[in-house]
Design a protein around this ligand. Structure first.
Ligand code: AMP
Ligand code: ZN
Length: 437
């Protein structure tokens, strides 16, 4: 792939050419799930965008180190573990396992690291100490807060400025979504009935924003290439991460900030709290094909909202059926020497369309469009004079490349012609055609 990648950088609010710090190893940090329940397909849309991102980086020839944190301690995990009568770790283990199952079901490639917040307490404590030493933190009633007024760049990602808001107001809650810039909690003083650690900074547990700064620092270093998440992460979460990380390193933290728009249902964000959600297992249990769900969730470019409907899911089933049928037909139709209906130029055109689409801020809609176009062409050629061995070989490589990012082809067994009925229908059709019937 020789077209330079361009991404929309939330920090600068424009498309920019992607140039990594180290092309051998693009470092990506991804905000992962809060493991208090099953992920809904809105969460999974964001994780699929990140899957397309890492696969595209690899297609472009870069090495990738991706870190995705698992938030296994926060208000919600503590509340739900208590309700279930389980130790926090036992409770979150179940949902971590469920999360990895969901990733496998949707063919999401594994990141290199999945650190759990509770395994990074020493790194978080050290970060709090450094923030205190740098004058960004203060203590109150057993907790430690970040004083956002001490960080000049506060608001540079989200546009939310501290001076417009409640300077000096504090917030302990993890679920504030209003555009109020407030001093946020770094370390929450120990409370009855909550898990607590006893480090030098005092008994308590980490605030919600601390883990991502501590883990990215530990696993990716002070500066890295790409930070991703859903748009709801921009404020306050990512703004607070920047304040924490740059507050100690005084270096730009992530170069590129990429944010996925939401999956919506009838115009509203899909969310647990709204009750308007589907989990992947709900849909799979009802008999929906996971590949069709993957197709649907990547069919709209990540920076646009995607409206989830059953009609949309059915259309995706038809789309992957069309793909699978053409692949099968191609596989079961012998090459025809000298046939020129699908030329090497056509295949070069397909590569170009695919690469242009992905390089254009991961335009998956266009990439899938290019795939359908070439497969239509394949059908026309098979209806006509056929496809030469040389073109077949080139086509095969091009399709493999497209699928290395999109991953919407049927599983190998199916494609390998396990389906005798279809094979015999194809043979009948070929015989009928030869007899001009
Ligand atoms: P959470 O488990 O709540 O921490 O969320 C995990 C990821 O899902 C985050 O990157 C969120 O931004 C993202 N997310 C949450 N709701 C949606 C939605 N309706 N559509 C797309 N992404 C979402
Ligand atoms: Zn994060």
């Amino acid at each position: 792939m020789d077209i330079p990648l361009r991404f929309y950088n939330t920090m600068d609010r424009r498309l920019e050419d992607f140039v990594p710090i180290d092309p051998e190893n693009v470092r990506v940090y991804t905000c992962g799930p809060t493991v208090y329940d099953f992920a809904h397909i809105g969460n999974l849309r964001t994780f699929l965008f990140e899957d397309v991102l890492r696969r595209t980086l690899k297609l472009a020839g870069f090495g990738v180190t991706q870190v995705m944190n698992l938030t296994d301690i926060d208000d919600k995990t503590i509340r739900e573990a208590k309700a279930a009568g389980l130790e926090l770790r036992d409770y979150t283990d179940t949902f971590i396992e469920a999360f990895f199952n969901d990733l496998d079901t949707l063919r999401v490639e594994r990141a290199e690291h999945y650190p759990r917040a509770t395994d990074y307490i020493p790194q978080m404590v050290e970060l709090v100490q450094r923030l205190e030493a740098a004058g960004h933190a203060y203590r109150s009633e057993g907790s430690i807060y970040y004083r956002i007024g001490t960080f000049e760049d506060y608001g540079k990602l989200s546009g939310v400025r501290p001076e417009d808001n409640l300077v000096g107001a504090r917030v302990d809650s993890e679920e504030y979504e209003k555009d109020d810039a407030r001093d946020f909690v770094l370390w929450k003083g120990a409370r009855d009935g909550e898990p607590a650690w006893e480090p030098e900074i005092g008994p308590g547990r980490p605030g919600r924003h601390l883990e991502c700064s501590a883990m990215s620092l530990a696993l990716l270093g002070e500066e890295f290439d790409i930070h991703t998440g859903g748009v709801d992460n921009i404020f306050p979460h990512h703004e607070n991460e920047i304040a924490q990380s740059e507050g100690v390193t005084e270096k730009p933290f992530a170069r590129f900030w990429l944010h996925a728009e939401h999956l919506v249902v009838e115009g509203e964000k899909m969310a647990k709290s709204k009750g308007n959600f589907f989990t992947l297992r709900d849909l799979v249990e009802k008999g929906h094909d996971p590949v069709a769900i993957r197709y649907l969730l990547i069919s709209v470019p990540y920076r646009q909202k995607l409206n989830f409907t059953m009609d949309g899911l059915h259309a995706s089933v038809q789309a992957i059926d069309r793909i699978a049928n053409t692949l099968r037909r191609l596989q079961h139709t012998p090459a025809v020497e000298g046939a020129g209906e699908l030329s090497l130029d056509d295949i070069a055109g397909f590569y170009r369309d695919l690469h242009e689409a992905l390089a254009d801020d991961l335009n998956t809609a266009r990439a899938l469009g290019a795939l359908h176009t070439v497969l239509r062409h394949v059908n026309t050629a098979l209806d006509g004079a056929g496809i030469s061995a040389e073109a077949r070989e080139a086509l095969h490589n091009a399709l493999d490349e497209a699928n290395s990012v999109l991953d919407v082809f049927p599983a190998d067994e199916a494609a390998a012609g396990g389906d005798d009925e279809i094979q015999s229908l194809v043979e009948e059709r070929t015989a009928a055609r030869a007899a001009k019937n």
